[in-house]
Ligand binder design. Structure first.
Ligand code: ADP
Ligand code: MG
Length: 156
């Protein structure tokens, strides 16, 4: 079973489409939340990818970047998506104020930008996604870090 893949996303619409594919390929919940780490510099496309995913899951209207709120929750029919952006987190301990423990169970999908700000309290990610600029395009690398993640990647 494959556990890594890379691809080139030539423009913004390709990033949105990739997020949509990720949503379509999402596996069933197993023992806990599904967790996706989104790594890459400011402007790499982490929020854009999440917008594509949320759109495919049926979120209509604008998707706000959780830059200042740190967390935006989207309650959908079959699941809730927790979009987290820890760029502005001052201290890893402050992540406790977000009440993430309430979301750490089946039925919740976490999309986490800047996980490196609080790595140790976020737990194991199923997918590790890295984005980086290549000219005006983006390169995406996905590493599946769990069994659930490998099934997810397989279905992409
Ligand atoms: P991040 O959340 O990583 O800081 P954003 O998604 O907010 O980044 O912003 C990414 C910027 O790059 C947006 O202006 C978006 O239109 C653009 N973008 C997204 N994906 C691509 C791509 N594949 N190629 C070129 N530009 C892109
Ligand atoms: Mg962002």
């Amino acid at each position: 079973m494959i556990s890594t893949m890379t691809s080139v996303l030539s423009d913004e619409s390709a990033t949105l489409e990739f997020g949509a594919k990720l949503a379509a390929a999402m596996p069933a919940f197993a023992g806990g939340a599904l967790k996706v780490a989104l790594r890459g510099d400011l402007g790499a496309g982490k929020t854009t990818l999440t917008r594509g995913l949320l759109g495919r899951l049926g979120v209509r209207g604008s998707v706000r970047s959780p830059t200042f709120s740190l967390l935006e929750a989207y309650e959908l029919d079959q699941l809730a998506v927790i979009h987290i952006d820890l760029y502005r987190l001052r201290d890893a301990a402050d992540v406790r104020g977000l009440g993430l423990a309430d979301y750490d169970r089946p039925g919740y999908l976490w999309m986490v930008e800047w996980p490196e700000r609080a790595e140790r309290v976020l737990g194991q990610f199923d997918l590790e996604i890295s984005l980086r600029g290549v000219g005006t395009a983006r390169e995406i690398e996905i590493v599946a870090a769990t069994e659930v993640g490998r099934h997810w990647l397989q279905a992409l």
